[in-house]
Ligand binder design. Structure first.
Ligand SMILES: [Zn+2]
Ligand SMILES: [Zn+2]
Length: 268
């Protein structure tokens, strides 16, 4: 069985300081491929360093909506810097980008929208899929994506409604589930996880956040994507091997540039 953690943040101290150990545990849990997602300019550099050093790891470039007020997060500067990064072999996606209206002290909606639109605009002619961070921001995010030239992407760590999930799927996008589906209160989310077509579903940890049951309270890590896979298997009443098969296949369909990882891991 080969699992993929389609969305993790290996650069945060909780993981980075013990990276060898965390990757060893991930491998023991059958996690073979990882996409370490950037959240701002500094994390892109760290992600490139990590993914260049280890096999089985790729990364993305983007500015997270909650970083949209950072000094270096908007304007022509960031666009030119990002364009410099996307040619790198290990960069397989644009993200995470999007909108997050959950927090009162977050950057304003208009600021987030400006940066999100800049992210979509600099990458318009780049042939890479998007990783969308969307929290309590429908329909704004969907209107912006629909107006732009986005061809492929995933709504990561999905926690929205079934109606929004249907719109996402109808548009041809993927939906990724995190440890949140293992929480006891997530009945509605598990119903959505049952509904998403087999060729559109992905799994992730979003580590070090959103640790699945039974490790809530501890930092999350890539190995725990196996717990997300197990929960999804139970929810959809299929084997965990089948979940591994479909989510890993979907990952490489969505992120074709990541296919070099398949060869890397064969070398091991
Ligand atoms: Zn996110
Ligand atoms: Zn994330």
């Amino acid at each position: 069985m080969k699992l993929v953690d389609s969305h993790c943040h290996l650069f945060f101290d909780e993981i980075y300081q013990k990276l060898d150990e965390k990757l060893r545990l991930a491998k023991l849990a059958d996690v073979r491929y990882l996409l370490s997602v950037s959240t701002d300019l500094g994390t892109i550099e760290k992600n490139l360093e990590i993914s260049s050093k280890y096999k089985g790891i790729c990364c993305s470039v983007g500015v997270h909506p909650l970083h949209s007020e950072d000094d270096n997060s908007d304007g022509d500067h960031i666009a030119s810097v990002m364009l410099g990064f996307i040619e790198h072999d290990k960069v397989v996606a644009i993200g995470e980008v999007g909108l997050d209206y959950h927090y009162d002290d977050a950057p304003s909606k208009s600021k987030q929208i400006t940066v999100f639109e800049e992210m979509l605009s600099f990458s318009r002619d780049v042939d890479l899929p998007y990783i969308f961070h969307a929290r309590e921001c429908f329909p704004d995010i969907f209107d912006i994506i629909s107006r732009s030239n986005v061809k492929s992407g995933v709504f990561h760590c999905y926690t929205g409604s079934i109606e929004d999930a249907k719109r996402i799927i109808d548009k041809g996008f993927y939906i990724s589930f995190s440890g949140v589906i293992t929480f006891s209160k997530s009945h509605e989310l598990r119903e959505i996880a049952k509904y998403v077509p087999a060729d559109r579903v992905l799994i992730e940890t979003d580590c070090p956040y959103l640790t699945p049951v039974p490790y809530r309270g501890k930092p999350n890590e890539p190995a725990y994507v196996s717990l997300v896979a197990e929960c999804l298997a139970k929810t959809r009443e299929v084997s965990v091997e089948e979940i591994a098969e479909i989510t890993t296949t979907n990952f490489f369909n969505l992120f074709p540039k990541a296919r070099f990882l398949l060869e890397e891991s064969d070398e091991k």
